[in-house]
Design a protein around this ligand. Structure first.
Ligand SMILES: Nc1ncnc2c1ncn2[C@@H]1O[C@H](COP(=O)(O)OP(=O)(O)OP(=O)(O)O)[C@@H](O)[C@H]1O
Ligand SMILES: [Mg+2]
Length: 224
């Protein structure tokens, strides 16, 4: 009975959420903090099902510019779906990657659950589409809407019996930079150079790369 009431409550809340415009309040957010906070909220349910949780934060950024509550809502919906899809003892992985300099972050939520066939995959973002007896089918519609409101996109890789990964490219950087200044980075290690370019372009600068001083001078002052 309590469960039933919870179910109805949840369904009504989600329904309201779906109909009303999404308010967004972006700020500087610690990426690790955001991921660990979201996982903490799920810890009890994940432990109950003995799900092993892995986080793999590959981004060179420590912060991103987003709405932490909306991101949390997105992540929780994805975790809940994964939880429902996995058997006892499954594995949930959250990965955060840089898509490249001046590009967005990508957050991936991967599970080794039941996966989806082509037919299901083609409908998952439709409102009210569900394969679960207790599902409302609004979870992913809300996720889709929130991701778009935050300026990102979401896609999915899955196959029946092969687990599922949701990949969300989120436009997470601060875009309120009034002026574009150029900064020259002289660095001969390509990996370091790429990392510096990513970080410095996040601060709003245009970045020129050179692997030695002479090339750098030539870049700043061509022919001179
Ligand atoms: N990680 C996943 N693994 C397998 N199937 C999934 C996964 N995520 C979503 N699905 C499929 O997509 C359907 C729609 O998901 P959605 O979150 O929109 O609704 P729901 O989870 O069924 O209901 P609700 O989110 O309201 O509890 C699910 O019913 C399920 O069939
Ligand atoms: Mg759901």
């Amino acid at each position: 009975m309590v469960q039933e009431v919870e179910r109805i409550n949840r369904s009504v809340t989600q329904l309201l959420e779906f109909a009303k415009p999404v308010a967004v309040d972006k700020k500087e957010v610690e990426i690790r903090e955001m991921i660990s906070h979201s996982l903490k909220l799920m810890a009890h349910d994940l432990e109950k099902k003995s799900i092993a949780v892995h986080t793999d934060i590959q981004s060179v950024r420590s912060t991103c510019y987003t709405d932490p509550d909306r991101m949390n809502q997105i992540l929780l919906n994805l975790y809940m779906n994964s939880l429902a899809a996995m058997a006892e003892g499954g594995r949930l992985t959250v990965t955060v990657k840089d898509l490249g300099p001046e590009q967005d972050l990508e957050i991936q939520v991967t599970d080794d659950g039941c996966g989806m066939d082509e037919q299901v995959l083609s409908e998952i973002f439709d409102p009210y589409f569900t394969t679960r007896p207790d599902g409302t089918g609004l979870g992913l519609s809300i996720v889709h809407r929130l991701v778009e409101t935050l300026g990102g996109d979401i896609r999915v890789e899955s196959g029946k019996g092969q687990g599922t990964t949701f990949l969300s490219g989120c436009s997470l950087r601060q875009r309120k930079i009034p002026m574009r200044h150029k900064i020259l980075v002289v660095e001969d290690d390509p990996a370091h150079a790429r990392m510096l370019k990513t970080l410095i372009s996040d601060w709003g600068y245009e970045v020129m790369l050179a692997d030695d001083g002479d090339t750098g001078v030539e870049q700043v002052n061509p022919g001179g």
